[in-house]
Design a protein. Structure first.
Length: 256
């Protein structure tokens, strides 16, 4: 068993304040050495494979690649112990608990952080580390065996979390690394890019019609050509969106 050297850790979170908090708290953990940090995406994947940390503090919900996407990319090459850092409430992280994974729910305090770090150190320095890796691999396999397309979104409200079913979303509007889910005359903000959402949503139900819009095809009421060569798309809820010429064929194929 490996008990002498310090644990090598990396911090992966797209929010700078969240990374800085973890890095600050790690200064009080003498048995852990920080070997890197990343805001996520492919930069995180490359950094993990290059530095091969023993432990990751990994955010779950990030644009471009979420925490599970990053695990997908690294698991065949180097799979560290992982402490998930998540904004989900405890009910939403039951899956992590079943798989014996550690997690920190934002906002967490110093004591909670220390307890999670201590458990990770003990796990890494024990034969149980291999069991942990096996269970983490099982979690990834279970994720891949589930239906391919996303069926709901976890949305953070003022003082609660709630779910929005994907099929209830009428259309989606881009706002940088965020997106507005428009459903039943309400708008829900989620931290997702349009590229990521395109890959996650069922193409039989959702289609991108513009670099800023994805639409539920069941909500399309009418399409009208415009003098510019683009098209106006009218939805059942009264919304009027623009169909770009470059996305026209993609939309029309969904009706064939």
């Amino acid at each position: 068993m490996e008990t002498e050297r310090n644990i090598r850790a990396m911090v992966i979170d797209d929010e700078p304040w969240a990374r800085h908090r973890i890095l600050s708290l790690l200064q009080d953990e003498p048995k852990i050495d920080v070997v890197g940090e990343s805001s996520g995406g492919w930069d995180a994947v490359n950094a993990i494979l290059d530095r091969k940390p023993d432990l990751l503090f990994l955010d779950v919900q990030m644009p471009e690649l979420n925490g599970f996407d990053i695990i997908d990319q690294i698991q065949e090459h180097h799979l560290p112990a992982i402490i998930f850092v998540t904004a989900y409430d405890e009910h939403a992280v039951n899956a992590f608990r079943v798989q014996a994974l550690d997690y920190l729910v934002k906002p967490y305090d110093r004591e909670q952080f220390h307890d999670a770090a201590t458990r990770a150190i003990e796990r890494i320095h024990s034969e149980g580390m291999w069991q942990h890796i096996s269970k983490l691999s099982s979690l990834v396999e279970k994720k891949e065996s589930n239906p391919k397309y996303r069926d709901r979104f976890l949305v953070r409200g003022a003082n609660r979390f709630y779910f929005v079913r994907a099929k209830d979303v009428d259309w989606i509007e881009s706002e940088g690394n965020y997106a507005h889910l428009h459903s039943a005359q309400r708008s829900h903000l989620v931290r997702e890019t349009m590229k990521s959402l395109e890959q996650q949503l069922d193409p039989k139900l959702f289609v991108r019609i513009h670099r800023s819009f994805i639409v539920n095809i069941n909500q399309i009421a009418e399409i009208r050509p415009l003098p510019s060569g683009e098209y106006a798309v009218f939805l059942a809820d009264g919304s009027k969106l623009t169909l770009s010429k470059s996305y026209r064929d993609r939309l029309m194929k969904t009706f064939n």
